[in-house]
Structure formats: structure tokens, C-alpha cells
Ligand binder design. Structure first.
Ligand code: HEC
Ligand code: HEC
Length: 254
């Protein structure tokens, strides 16, 4: 998928071609032309060119929202793009030259942004799909060994600190493509990769139903991720580390 012209324009404004745009993220204020201020908002303009103003998602629905997602989750994704566990070449190029600690800073910056979500638009989805989708999210499917999504993503489905993302406010196409990427082995999380196991157990019809239901849900009044897990996870997830314990292996660049 080509970069939107607007995004390219902003990347160019950053003064660098896409391949080296990440450099722009590392430059201190004095190295850039005035009126560049050395704030995270300025340094991450290259990111928001694709991810929408302040990371609130681009209107076309292709570039996911990053604002307000749990910091540990965002950090894990940046590591995953850097080390090839997630595949999107332009993302990989952006983060390739950056250190672990700088990726952590970027993750914390976006996680702390509290921005409104756009008005909810309806999704074409059948009544049967909605029923099946809701069943999977709320109860899972014991016969197929699929745990309820809400057991990990939170009853409000707004995610769980420090590293499980919310599932609302994301376009159906994005949700579908992530489940598809997990089941085809294009996306990996830290091992054991519980989402890969779950995605492989979802049939195409179930993936359609669950993403249809999720994308048609309005956001609750409070969109923040839940503070912490209150019960053990139904499957072990290497990326769902507890904030009080060490972060999972993955970062290796001081
Ligand atoms: C050229 C456009 C582009 C630029 C520039 C870009 N991204 Fe992305 N980013 C994407 C796309 C597309 C995806 C989704 C890829 C996929 O489907 O896995 C993505 C995914 C992500 C994700 C994972 C989101 C999630 O919910 O799992 C994070 C985090 C992220 N980007 C952060 C950044 C940061 C930080 C920067 C700046 C250093 C940046 N991106 C720059 C296009 C871009
Ligand atoms: C055992 C816990 C667990 C269960 C159950 C679970 N998830 Fe997840 N999910 C996770 C974790 C952990 C991540 C973050 C993985 C990573 O770091 O990439 C995640 C990430 C995701 C993402 C990526 C979101 C994004 O912004 O890119 C999607 C989509 C998703 N899950 C959908 C589902 C659906 C649908 C269900 C129910 C059928 C489900 N999950 C059940 C733990 C779980």
C-alpha cells in the first residue's frame, strides 16, 4: 500500500527521505532548522504523518491509532517492527536506527496522550455475525479452545496495563488483517505467543464475526486501559508482562 500523498508531504517537510526519516527523530533541536523545538511532539511528526494528528489514527482507517494505548504494548510493537516480528517495511525503517530506551520514550509519550475518539460509524455486519462475535468476545468457545477475548483485553475491551491493547475504536479491516497476520505467521508477539494460538483457532467466519462485532461497538465513556489484571490469563502470553517484573526479552540495543 503506497504512502498517502499527505504523509509523504509531511515526511519531506521533515527534510529527509522515508528511508532515513527516523534520523529526524533523533536530531537534537540545534541540528534542525528553526523553528524546530525539541519536544516529543516535534520529533514524532514523522510518525503522526501516517498515524494521524498526535497518533489518533488516519481518517482512511489504514494507519492504526497509537495514542493512549498501553506503553508496554506500544514499546513491544516498536521492538517487533525493529526485529522483524511484525512486517511493515516503512515502520521497520523508521525504528531500525533507534535504541531501546528511545523506543521506550516514544511509547510512553504516545501512551500518555488522552485524545477523543472519532464519532462512531456503522459497520455492515449481519445479525448472525454480531451474535457469534459477541459470544466469542464475552464467552469464547470451549469446544474450539478459544478463551473469551475479554479475559485478557478487559471487560470494557479497552485493554489492560501494561501491555495488552484495547480492541475498540479500531477499523474492522485492521483487526482482520492482524488476526490474519498472526495465523499466517507474519505477525509475532513475544513467546509464548497467545494471540497466534488464538488466531489459528479462529475460522475465517469466526474472525469475520468477532471483528465485525468489535468494530461495531461504540467506545465506552472511559477509554483508558484497565489498571491491571485481576485474574490469571487463560493462556500464557509472553508479551503480557507485569509492570513490576522485568520486561520480556526483545530489546537488546542500548
Ligand atoms: C509510512 C507510514 C508510517 C509511519 C511514518 C509510521 N508508521 Fe507506525 N504503522 C504504520 C502502519 C501501516 C502500521 C500497521 C502495520 C500492520 O498492519 O501491522 C503501523 C503500526 C504501528 C504500531 C503498532 C500499532 C498497534 O496497535 O499495534 C505502532 C506502535 C507504530 N506504528 C508506531 C509508530 C511510530 C512511533 C512511528 C514514528 C517513529 C511510526 N509508527 C511511523 C505506518 C507508519
Ligand atoms: C490469553 C490472553 C488473550 C486473549 C484470550 C485474547 N488476546 Fe488478543 N492480545 C493479547 C495480547 C497479549 C496482545 C498483544 C500482543 C502483542 O504484544 O503483539 C493481544 C493483541 C491483540 C490484537 C492486536 C491489536 C492491535 O492494536 O494491533 C488483536 C486484534 C487481538 N488481540 C484480538 C483478540 C481477539 C479478537 C480475541 C478473542 C477471540 C483475543 N484477542 C483474545 C492477549 C489475548
Amino acid at each position: 500500500m503506497p504512502v498517502a500523498p499527505r504523509a509523504l508531504f509531511r515526511l519531506r517537510r521533515c527534510g529527509l527521505a522515508v528511508g532515513v526519516t527516523a534520523l529526524c527523530l533523533m536530531l537534537p533541536a540545534r541540528a534542525a532548522p528553526a523553528p524546530f523545538e525539541d519536544t516529543m511532539a516535534q520529533r514524532t511528526l514523522a510518525c503522526t504523518a501516517c498515524h494521524g494528528a498526535q497518533g489518533r489514527a488516519a481518517p482512511d482507517g489504514y494507519y492504526p491509532r497509537i495514542a493512549g494505548k498501553p506503553a508496554g504494548y506500544l514499546y513491544n510493537q516498536l521492538l517487533n517492527f525493529r526485529n522483524g516480528h511484525r512486517t511493515y517495511q516503512l515502520m521497520t525503517q523508521m525504528v531500525e536506527p533507534l535504541s531501546d530506551s528511545y523506543l521506550r520514550e516514544i511509547a510512553e509519550y504516545f501512551a500518555a496522550l488522552e485524545l477523543p475518539y472519532p464519532a462512531h460509524s456503522s459497520v455492515p455486519v449481519s445479525v448472525q455475525e454480531l451474535q457469534r462475535g459477541e459470544q466469542l468476545v464475552r464467552h469464547g468457545d470451549t469446544a474450539l479452545r478459544i478463551p473469551a477475548c475479554e479475559q485478557c483485553h478487559g471487560v470494557a475491551l479497552t485493554g489492560m496495563q501494561p501491555s495488552i491493547p484495547g480492541l475498540l475504536g479500531l477499523p474492522r479491516d485492521y483487526l482482520k488483517s492482524q488476526l490474519g497476520a498472526w495465523s499466517s505467521g507474519q505477525r509475532h508477539a513475544h513467546a509464548p505467543d497467545c494471540m497466534a494460538t488464538i488466531a489459528q483457532r479462529l475460522s475465517a467466519a469466526d474472525a469475520g464475526a468477532v471483528t465485525g462485532w468489535l468494530a461495531s461497538r461504540p467506545l465506552p465513556a472511559v477509554t483508558k486501559p484497565a489498571a491491571r489484571l485481576t485474574a490469571p490469563l487463560p493462556l500464557e502470553c509472553g508479551s503480557a508482562f507485569d509492570a513490576s517484573s522485568a520486561a520480556p526479552a526483545g530489546g537488546n540495543r542500548p
